[in-house]
Design a protein around this ligand. Structure first.
Ligand code: SAH
Length: 271
């Protein structure tokens, strides 16, 4: 992996873009900055001729563009998902400037697919989309004008990625120590399975009462997303959720409430 250009592992994902001129602008930016992979989630329109008018010689990217029905599918194979938002920062999310995260993004792109997700022109990324992201990026702006044009926001982020590839000073591995791991990193799909199992297991023990499940899960997403679990680690957390469910199932089924604690303990080494 180390010989390939990490930018070839960076996928730009546009969530429900409205205007084909902005898609074309993003493609042009991608060409300028050395990126080549574009994914579109339900664009309002996609007219190749109009794209070529704005982004000349863009056929390679246009023809390779992949279309998705929803964002989870578009990022499911990514090891790391970065969302972008022009909205005022929310305290409960990992929000950072593009320059701060670029070296870490490039480092992950040396290992596998990284998705950079941009929102719709009039609405930005919905909360559920930001929930899928390991990291949210905000480009600093004048406080009265947070919102950049889609392609211009894409330019700032991709420019920082290009610089991070070129600067050997910035190729230091991130502090998480993930290079020592023995198992591959979890993909977004693996993480969604983990969150799903955790939410359903915790729900069954009324863990969320009286809190709001979505808010608690968002905090878990921020916490676990920051840890960037390996596949094995994600499966371990997922197993907590399954195990709670299995335990309660047995409890409900056992006539005398003998739920087989001993058997439960014997399996603890998994996964
Ligand atoms: N009114 C929308 C603006 C969307 S602009 C909103 O409330 O978010 C379209 C997209 O451009 C955004 O979803 C985001 O992906 C990107 N973008 C715009 N301004 C940005 C900024 N300051 N920082 C990071 N991304 C930005």
């Amino acid at each position: 992996m180390s010989e390939t250009n990490p930018l070839s592992n960076v996928v730009v994902v546009l969530h429900r873009p409205k205007d084909v001129v902005n898609i074309a602008g993003v493609i042009r930016v991608m060409m300028n900055m050395g990126l080549s992979r574009l994914r579109l989630v339900k664009p309002d329109e996609f007219d190749m001729r109009r794209i070529d008018g704005v982004a000349h010689r863009s056929r390679g990217i246009v023809e390779g563009t992949e279309f998705y029905q929803d964002l989870p599918a578009a990022v499911s194979d990514a090891l790391y998902v970065v969302g972008t938002s022009g909205r005022a920062r929310s305290a409960e999310r990992n929000t950072a400037r593009p320059r701060a995260i670029a070296p870490a993004v490039i480092e992950r792109a040396r290992q596998g697919l990284v998705a950079i997700v941009f929102g719709r022109e009039d609405k930005g990324l919905p909360t559920a989309a930001l929930d899928l992201c390991h990291q949210v990026v905000g480009i600093p702006t004048d406080p009265d004008f947070h919102s950049l044009n889609l392609a211009q926001a894409c330019l700032v982020v991709c420019y920082e990625l290009l610089l991070a590839v070129g600067d050997p000073e910035q190729k230091e591995p991130p502090a998480s120590g993930k290079h020592c791991r023995e198992t591959p990193p979890a993909t977004q799909e693996d993480l969604e399975q983990m969150y799903g199992a955790l939410e359903s297991g915790l729900g069954r023990i009324d863990f969320f009462e009286p809190r709001e499940a979505a808010a608690v899960m968002r905090t878990f997403r921020t916490l676990l997303g920051r840890a960037e679990p390996s596949l094995r680690e994600a499966k371990l957390v997922e197993a907590i959720g399954h195990r709670i469910g299995n335990y309660l199932d047995r409890l409900e089924q056992a006539p005398d409430n003998d739920v087989g604690f001993a058997a439960d303990h014997q399996n603890q080494g998994e996964p």
